[in-house]
Design a protein around this ligand. Structure first.
Ligand code: PLP
Length: 374
């Protein structure tokens, strides 16, 4: 039985060296980092060393990084606390953000009738116009923009430098959900005020994340009850996972060129194979401007997405659904709905990682063909 994992945008396998670091820290650094005795200080040392390591790779100061429990929490802190503490009156975002941004923004405006949410229009590829963003920025003050770096369903890449420059020149704050891209790209944070990331998307463990916040930005805690993370995030720190996240990030960035080249070659082989062997399968999103790990496709079959994914799984292939099609999927995707993808088809997301091979792509294409013919 094959075991092919094409779902790296959902989560990535934990690198063995990361598991080793986590186990070692768990065994040897059990102290509470808030304790003042040597065991506590040792654990605190692990946290601060990890922060320094990650700051080096992110191109920021260690004091600008805060540890959270996940990307969802980082997004919640950034948006909810910007509304509470920074006098934000207008949020500008897109209708294709991850739910941890979109639902949070909708909740903020529901609870604060004086705050407005503006969602940029997206076209059938999921692209939005920077001109519309610029017009909104010029029209309103006390604005925070939250736009994701890479769309987790389509793979579309946003131009953070252009958005950041627009925000900066219009005195707006800029938050980006970079959960799909930290570990895969180098960042220029000069015009980014806040950025969210999550370890399990780049070879680290689940349940640990980062919020980058530019020096000088002052927010209250979302989770209260302790002074950890300089008062921004109460709760005893997950020392082993923080150390594991730092190791995972180091492994990504120390080998970024080789790793990205390999994943790009797998994605383009998959894409080319579909074009030549299964041209009835179409691509979703802006494939010419998309993340090198993600490929979203539309398969012209009438059975539901869940059933199609189940049958793929029976062939040993893990991929993701995401569908607003007439597919009988238990719940439609707001992203597919926003781009008007509601045909008689199944949407599948294949997302690639360092362990994937061309043989796996060949087997997957053969399996897709068999399922479409059956
Ligand atoms: N943002 C994006 C773009 C994601 O893809 C995800 C996870 O799928 C999240 C946020 C949530 O991250 P976490 O699983 O760490 O809460």
């Amino acid at each position: 039985m094959q075991n092919i994992y094409f779902d790296n945008a959902a989560t990535t396998p934990i690198h063995p060296e990361v598991i080793e670091v986590i186990s070692t820290v768990m065994a040897n650094n059990f102290g509470n980092p808030s304790s003042i005795h040597s065991s506590g200080r040792k654990a605190k040392g692990v946290i601060e060393e990890s922060r320094v390591t990650m700051a080096k790779y992110m191109g920021c100061s260690p004091s600008e990084l805060y540890f959270t429990s996940c990307g969802t929490e980082s997004n919640n802190i950034a948006l909810r606390k910007a509304a509470d503490c920074l006098g934000i009156k207008h949020f500008i975002s897109t209708p294709i953000e991850h739910h941890s941004v979109l639902s949070t923004l909708k909740d903020i405006v529901k609870q604060n009738p004086d705050i407005e949410l503006h969602l940029l229009e997206v076209d059938e590829k999921g692209n939005y116009a920077l001109e519309q963003l610029e017009q909104l920025l010029q029209k309103h003050s006390n604005v925070m923009v939250s736009i994701m770096h890479v769309n987790n369903e389509l793979g579309n890449l946003s131009d953070l430098n252009s958005i950041g420059a627009l925000c900066s020149s219009n005195d707006a704050l800029f938050h980006t959900d970079a959960v799909q891209t930290v570990g895969y790209f180098n960042f220029d944070l000069s015009n980014i005020d806040m950025l969210s990331a999550s370890a399990h998307k780049f070879g680290g463990p689940k349940g640990i994340g980062i919020l980058y916040m530019k020096k000088g930005t002052q927010l209250d805690a979302l989770i209260t009850g302790g002074g950890q993370e300089r008062g921004l995030r109460a709760g005893t720190e997950n020392v082993p996972y923080i150390a594991g996240m730092a190791k995972a990030m180091a492994l990504c960035y120390d080998h970024l060129i080789e790793k990205s080249a390999h994943i790009k070659s797998i994605k383009s082989y998959f894409q080319d194979s579909i074009r030549t062997k299964l041209p009835q399968i179409k691509f979703n999103g802006d494939v010419e401007n998309s993340h090198y790990t993600v490929l979203s496709v539309r398969v012209p079959v009438k059975e539901g997405a869940d059933m199609f994914l189940f049958n793929l799984d029976l062939k040993g292939i893990s991929a993701s659904g995401g569908s607003a099609c007439n597919s009988g999927a238990s719940k439609g995707s707001h992203v597919m709905e926003a781009i008007g993808n509601s045909g008689d088809c199944v949407n599948l997301r294949f997302s690639f990682g360092i362990n994937n091979t061309r043989d796996e792509v060949d087997y997957c294409l053969q399996s897709l063909k068999e399922l479409m013919d059956s």
